[in-house]
Design a protein around this ligand. Structure first.
Ligand SMILES: *Cc1c(COP(=O)(O)O)cnc(C)c1O
Length: 463
């Protein structure tokens, strides 16, 4: 039997002529398909020899088996590596899930800019070469209250560039309580070292006073740095000077002051319960010379780092040779500009997904959760039970770690399926749905799920 099966294994050429394989060749290219067919036939040959594949003694079934494996494999390899997912975790700025989803206007601006020529470095008024850095500059200045602004690849790049421009070869004074590490191994002391500036730590982990900064100033001092502690809080017996105190001290010593805000909100989110994230314009009101923040945290835009500040300092930043290595592309400018325009129009709470998710009330989420849980039971014909439970969504992305936004979770469970199987089913869907598992139930937080994504979750659970 084994002999007969081996003999009836079709040749690669014969397989390549099969209509289904011809279609695959159009998608994947003939060479790629030929390689796959070789691998699969070899695999099947081995299975036959080892007695693991008998094809029910029917050599004519071998070709079906080969085609079946070919279909599975080509489906897998034609999936892009980077894929859209549905974020049902309730973590709004989810670092593992691409941080901020863009506003529709921003996505459209990217599409328009990406597929056409643009005036990226062309001055349309004068008909001559223009400057890339001119885009977004005034818009950012208006929205932050700064004189000028520069956009770079992310906030880590922004901090590196500011330190290098303003303090290379000199000392930067910073509080011990602010020598933080944020996720992804961004550590202030390490970035400082790479910038060529020397760290001058002052104060203690929990208390630093303005006098500590004052005493540390010497002829090598180039900059005073203040860092928003982002993902961590020291509570209890603590003290740190306000931005205004730091800015005053720096001004009197004829030094620039720089605040790394991390998230950097453009609008006050305290009406929604987010009280410990600084608003960018407040730093300038306090007198800071330069601030930096991320484009894809609370701003809700693309990955970018925004540096804003005094005109003369921004000119120096722009002229730094590192700028060329850290600059952003046209699509990033397009997305930032479109996002900022939503803020300018006062439409951020409606049109910027991150802000919309923060602004959604518990009752609004509850309404959706109620309807959705009924849809789940209907769609799965009761196979999956859905119940409602009070819970909390978080901001994530190292921002506002103490803020808990009241939400209503949909808890999924089933007599036939373990929580793990439900979670895997969701994650294995054509558009993967990412949810948390808690006490043997799968929890869906609709706060981070767009309304038109609910049907994707139903499809993933559905028959
Ligand atoms: C997030 C963060 C950064 C790094 O920003 P990226 O945009 O992720 O590079 C730097 N500093 C602080 C305080 C942060 O919170």
């Amino acid at each position: 039997m084994t002999e007969e099966l081996l003999r009836s294994l079709p040749s690669i050429e014969r397989l390549l002529a099969r209509p289904e394989v011809v279609r695959l060749c159009e998608q994947l290219g003939r060479d790629r398909v030929r390689d796959l067919l070789r691998d699969i036939t070899e695999e099947i040959r081995r299975e036959i020899i080892e007695g693991r594949l008998s094809a029910n003694g029917r050599p004519d079934l071998l070709i079906d088996e080969i085609e079946k494996r070919m279909r599975e494999r080509s489906a897998r390899i034609s999936q892009p590596s980077l894929r859209r997912v549905v974020n049902a975790t309730g973590v709004i700025i989810h670092t593992n899930l691409g941080r901020a989803p863009l506003a529709r206007a921003a996505a459209e601006a990217i599409k328009e800019t990406a597929s056409h020529y643009s005036n990226l470095e062309y001055d349309l008024d004068r008909g001559e070469r223009g400057r890339r850095e001119s885009h977004c500059r005034e818009l950012l200045a208006r929205l932050t209250g700064a004189r000028s602004a520069v956009v770079v690849n992310n906030n880590a790049a922004a901090v590196l560039l500011v330190l290098n421009t303003l303090a290379e070869g000199g000392e930067v004074i910073v509080s011990r309580g602010e020598l933080i590490e944020i996720g992804g191994s961004f550590r202030i002391p390490d970035v400082m070292e790479k910038s060529g500036a020397r760290l001058r730590e002052v104060g203690t982990t929990n208390r630093t006073r303005i006098e500590d900064y004052q005493r540390a100033i010497n002829q090598d001092t180039k900059l005073i740095l203040r860092v928003h502690p982002s993902n961590y809080r020291i509570i209890g017996f603590t003290e740190r000077p306000s931005a205004a105190e730091i800015a005053d001290l720096a001004r009197r010593a004829l030094l620039p002051s720089f605040e790394d805000l991390g998230s950097g909100c453009l609008i006050d989110l305290s009406p929604y319960g987010v009280t410990d994230e600084p608003v960018v314009s407040e730093s300038f009101k306090a007198g800071m010379s330069v601030v930096s923040f991320s484009g894809d945290k609370m701003l809700g835009g693309p990955q970018a780092g925004i540096i804003a500040g005094e005109r003369e300092l921004m000119d120096r930043v722009r002229k730094n040779p590192l700028m060329r290595a850290l600059r952003v592309d046209k699509m990033t400018y397009a997305a930032i500009e479109a996002t900022l325009r939503l803020y300018e129009r006062g439409a951020a709470h409606r049109d910027v997904p991150v802000i919309r998710a923060i602004a959604a009330t518990r009752d609004r989420v509850a309404e959706r959760a109620e309807r959705f849980s009924e849809d789940v039971e209907k769609r799965t014909e009761g196979r999956v039970r859905a119940s409602l439970e009070e819970g909390a969504s978080v901001i994530g992305g190292g921002s506002a770690p103490e803020v808990k936004l009241a939400t209503v979770l949909v808890a999924l469970e089933s007599n036939e399926l373990s929580a793990r199987s439900i979670e895997e089913m969701l994650r294995g869907h054509a558009i993967p749905v990412i949810a948390r598992t808690e006490r043997d139930r799968v929890m869906i937080d609709l706060r981070t799920v767009a309304e038109d994504e609910e049907s994707i979750i139903l499809d993933a659970l559905g028959p």
